[in-house]
Each structure stands twice: as structure tokens, then as C-alpha cells.
Write a protein that binds this ligand. Structure first.
Ligand code: UD1
Ligand code: UDP
Length: 363
């Protein structure tokens, strides 16, 4: 481990997936990590419980910008980070992914001329309707070190002129997060019983993207397809999706599914590994499918993770294609599970966190 001074590397994060994917980096940095939580996610089930479960110390600073509009979140967090960096100048700022917290951390580092490190750089959906696409493009262009999970991501950066020693191919830090918490086979059996499902005989699903839950007809179409599958569907609902379901009057459809609150990471991974099939619009779940070796239907207009399409995942639009694809997979489940079980994940060997830290040390 390089010898960084105490609290010299600011790690800015704001949401559930950032906590997960930065957990190993924070642990490896130890006393050098200065963890700043923008507060974008503030519910215990999306934030605090993940710090505990992943064995992380409490954030050093919590900025409480959550629940506001995108512009206010980015503006407020940037302003407060600027004040923090003025009082205590870090040697580097680390951000991960494509959320509003990432954009704020990137702008604040750039404004104070602090080395910016972007973990999970170079992903592109080329879908300008997604706020995340704008966040990640800006973060990559401001970054001094882009830690790219795959060669596809390196190529995306090169196509935009981001090359040379600004780019490091690391793999994705999710690999070490999964390996750290995936429960044992026997614990997974108990977990299934807790959720009232049989191992290998249920679908695990998540939805939270505006493109799927903000429009009532789209959200209804997704839930109708899930309810018609004929197998139990466990659906841990993100707070955004809970609110939209209430607004759109979709309670009747939800009652046909096994709706639960957001699940802790260990249990979520356990359920993923024991599921027959995953159906989701999540970014992280696309990567995890390739690690727990389960088939995934990605319900999205686009994806920034083409590496798993055609192997672990297929992408469909909301509507009847969900049911058609799911039934085809469920009808051939044993062979598909066996085929995927023998396939490598494209996201690396579980050393992305260490490689990212090494890249910072070499600056
Ligand atoms: C954000 C990210 C998205 C990421 C997701 C991970 C952006 C633009 N979006 O989406 O890329 O995939 O996090 O889950 O950064 N809410 C709560 N409690 C919370 C957090 C949110 O109730 O702890 C509700 C609030 O009503 C809030 C809404 O969810 O307005 C949306 O939250 P926000 O953080 O803006 O976006 P997400 O949909 O969570
Ligand atoms: N996840 C979890 N509990 C849940 C749902 C998801 O622990 O109830 C984890 C999941 O394993 C993945 C991450 O949360 O690692 C993905 O978060 P989300 O889908 O909110 O964000 P995205 O990855 O789409 O940005």
C-alpha cells in the first residue's frame, strides 16, 4: 500500500452503488481516505446500512443535498465541496460512476486544481436523454486519471481524445465487492426461505430509472409483464419507484409481486446467486450477473455496459418483450445456467481497487 498522508485522498460519494464500488478503495486507503458523502441518498436502507455492512467507517463529512432537483444537488454539493477543499486541500479527489455526486466532486476538484481520479471511466450509452451520460462525459474529460473497467471503455475514451497516461485499464471494483460479501451456499438457502421462495425458482427484479418508472404507462407495462410470468418475482423497490407507484396508482399490480424494501448488499447478492433469472434496469446488476453467473434481462432504451449483452444479458424495451424473453430463458434454464457458469466475467480479476490506488501513487 502506498504511503499517503492521513486524510489526503478525498473520496466523494453520494449513492448506494458508489458506496459499494468504492468500499474496497476506502478500506485499502485506510487513514488516508477522507470520505465525503454528498447526501444524495439519505435513507438508511440506501446508505447508512451499506457503510455498516461493508465494514466502512462513518463518512467524515455528510453534506445533506439529497431530495432536491438535479441542478440544486450538483450546485449545492459543488459549492460545499469547494469550501471543504479550500480549508483542507486534498492531494487527490476520487469519484466513481455517473451520478450527480460524481459531477459535483469532479467540478469541485477541477475548480481547486486538485488531481481528479474517475473510477469506472469510459462507459458510454450515447443516450443523451440520461443525466448519467452527461455526468460521466464531463467527469471523464475533467479527470487526470481515468480508471477504465474494460477495453471497450478505454476505446470510448480514446475516441474522445482521452489517452496516454490519463487512462488505466483496471477492471471494475464491483468484482472485489461481490467476492467480499457473497454469502455461502447454505446461507443462501436460508435466505430464500426468509423470502418465501425456492432456490432457482424465482425472478429477482429491480427498477428505478426515470425512463421506466416516471411514465405511468411504461411502469404499468413492466409490472404487468412481471406479474404474468407465472413464477414468484422478488422486487426490492427503490424509494423513487415507491413514490412513482403511489403517484401512478399501481398498488394493485405491486400486490401481485413479492415487493420488499431495498435489501442489504449481502442478502441481495445471495438472492441474485440463487435466482433463476434477473430482470432489472440497474447498472450494477448488469455487472453482478456476470459474476454470480445468472441470466439478466436489461429493461432499458440503451446501455453503457455492452460487454455483457449477448452473453449474460439481453436488452429489451418495456412491454411484451420482457415476458417473451423471460419465458424463453425459463424454458431452457438448466442449460443456460450451465453455459453461463463456464463463462468469465468481462469485469476483471478483483484487483481494480488496488490498481486504481497504484495509479494515484504513481502521479
Ligand atoms: C440516482 C442516480 C442513478 C443511480 C441511482 C442509484 C443520478 C442522476 N441518478 O438515481 O444514476 O442509478 O441513484 O440508486 O445521480 N429518494 C429517497 N430516499 C433516498 C434517496 C432518494 O426517498 O435516500 C427519492 C427522492 O424522492 C428523490 C428520488 O428518490 O427525489 C430520486 O433520488 P435521486 O438521488 O435524485 O436519484 P435516483 O433515482 O436515486
Ligand atoms: N442492490 C442492493 N439491494 C437492493 C437492490 C440493489 O444491495 O435491494 C445493489 C445491487 O447489488 C447493485 C447496486 O445495489 O450492486 C445497484 O444499485 P442501483 O441499481 O440503485 O444503481 P445503479 O447500479 O443502477 O447505478
Amino acid at each position: 500500500m502506498p504511503d499517503f498522508p492521513s486524510k489526503s485522498i478525498a473520496v466523494v460519494l453520494g449513492t448506494r452503488p458508489e458506496i459499494i464500488k468504492l468500499s474496497e478503495i476506502i478500506k485499502l486507503l485506510g487513514d488516508a481516505a477522507w470520505v465525503i458523502h454528498t447526501g444524495q441518498h439519505y435513507d438508511a436502507k440506501l446508505s447508512g446500512s451499506f457503510f455498516t455492512e461493508l465494514g466502512l467507517p462513518e463518512p467524515d463529512v455528510f453534506l445533506s443535498v439529497g431530495g432536491s432537483s438535479r441542478g440544486v444537488q450538483i450546485g449545492d454539493a459543488t459549492m460545499r465541496l469547494d469550501g471543504l477543499f479550500a480549508d483542507h486541500r486534498p492531494d487527490a479527489v476520487v469519484v466513481q460512476g455517473d451520478t450527480n455526486a460524481v459531477l459535483a466532486g469532479s467540478l469541485a476538484a477541477n475548480a481547486r486544481e486538485v488531481t481528479l481520479v474517475h473510477i469506472e471511466a469510459g462507459l458510454r450509452s450515447h443516450d443523451r436523454a440520461m443525466p448519467e451520460e452527461h455526468n460521466r462525459v464531463v467527469a471523464d474529460h475533467l479527470s487526470d486519471i481515468c480508471c477504465a473497467p474494460t477495453q471497450t471503455n478505454v476505446d470510448n475514451l480514446e475516441a474522445e481524445g482521452i489517452t496516454g497516461d490519463r487512462v488505466v485499464l483496471t477492471g471494475n471494483t464491483i468484482v472485489e465487492a461481490v467476492h467480499g460479501l457473497l454469502p455461502s451456499a447454505s446461507a443462501r438457502i436460508a435466505l430464500c426461505a426468509e423470502h418465501g421462495v425456492e432456490p432457482g425458482e424465482f425472478v429477482l427484479s429491480t427498477f428505478h430509472r426515470p425512463e421506466n418508472v416516471d411514465n405511468p404507462a411504461t411502469y404499468r407495462a413492466i409490472l404487468e409483464q412481471l406479474a404474468a410470468l407465472g413464477v414468484p418475482v422478488v422486487l426490492p423497490l427503490h424509494p423513487r419507484s415507491v413514490k412513482r407507484a403511489e403517484q401512478h396508482g399501481l398498488g394493485g399490480l405491486l400486490s401481485q409481486l413479492k415487493v420488499v424494501e431495498p435489501i442489504g448488499y449481502r442478502d441481495f447478492l445471495g438472492l441474485e446467486a440463487e435466482s433463476a433469472l434477473l430482470i432489472s434496469d440497474s447498472g450494477g446488476v448488469q455487472e453482478e450477473a456476470s459474476i454470480v453467473k445468472r441470466p439478466l434481462i436489461v429493461v432499458r432504451n440503451s446501455t453503457e455496459r455492452p460487454e455483457v449483452i449477448g452473453t449474460f444479458a439481453e436488452r429489451v424495451l418495456p412491454g411484451e418483450d420482457i415476458g417473451t424473453s423471460a419465458r424463453a430463458i425459463l424454458d431452457d434454464l438448466e442449460a443456460i445456467h450451465e453455459r453461463l457458469g463456464n463463462m468469465d466475467s468481462p469485469y476483471g480479476d478483483g484487483t481494480a481497487s488496488q490498481q486504481s490506488i497504484n495509479a494515484i501513487a504513481q502521479r
